[in-house]
Design a protein around this ligand. Sequence first.
Ligand code: ATP
Length: 320
Amino acid sequence: MSIALQVTDLSKTFPVGKKLFGGARGSVKAVHPMTLSVETGETLGIVGESGCGKSTLARMLVGLLPPTTGTIEIEGAALDTADPAAFGKRIQYVFQDPISSLNPRKTIRQIMEAPLRLLHGMDRAAREERIREIFDSVNLRADFLDRYPHEFSGGQAQRIGIARALAAQARILILDEPVSALDVSVQAQVLNLLADLKREFGLTYLFISHDLAVVEAVSDRIAVLYFGSVVEEGRAEEIFAHPRHPYTKLLADSAPVVGRPLRDPETGQAELPNPLDPPPGCAFAKRCPYATEKCRATAPVLEQIGPDQRVACFHPLPAR
Ligand SMILES: Nc1ncnc2c1ncn2[C@@H]1O[C@H](COP(=O)(O)OP(=O)(O)OP(=O)(O)O)[C@@H](O)[C@H]1O
């Protein structure tokens, strides 16, 4: 198997607050140095509660946000993270909110043509042919091309968002909560379409969501994010069935709700640490029923714990 996407020590720190009288500004580490790889044809699910850094990671991966540290390699070649244009042909973003991610003043044809013209320099006839092929693949009618985004339902607009990503001919798609804005009945259709397209075009997906059931269903492997770090990573069928990190277990035992942190049933703690004043040790220690002095003092690093599982915890739950 070849590696489609390799991320090494990728991090993002945002400066926050005003600089007063030459004093230092505060900063928020949205993504701590992170190393991840995704094999060609694989779907890596990324899960975590609100604020754990999912969107910041996604935006760095598609060149919308320059990383503070680290490298991004696609099929073995490093991308110039200072050059957003280097990303478009290789990796594309499918947004959560399909309608507002499409320019309301442009027809669908204009939206679809942009990547073909700008990234691939195709002439008009070639563009039209390619757009019709892609529309066919995502089960959209060609007469939709002359309409505007607001004329579509959420499910249709998401198909258009996916079609636009495919037009760039990127082989890696970052799917950021691609179905969470859709009705449940439409979610399954879009997920089936994504599975078909993956097979048809040999795509690789990074599927970001707070919805464990969806992520488990679509992913080969899953990385669990907490407070900007991967705390556990493993096979999709194993990770929630046999979690080794106490946070993964908390996620697996509860249904995360957007904007509301999970309360650990034993410690009763729900809050995430203050990003402006992060704790020195494990970010989960305050919520964790197994935390010791060591956990409060030192941050554990992600380590191999099984053939296909990595965990960042000094006191991992026993293997089954
Ligand atoms: N531009 C910014 N300036 C300062 N802090 C930021 C900025 N963007 C994100 N953050 C902070 O970085 C952390 C991670 O945010 P991010 O939006 O990546 O999380 P998320 O997991 O995608 O959350 P959600 O699911 O709510 O979108 C949060 O503490 C957030 O407040």
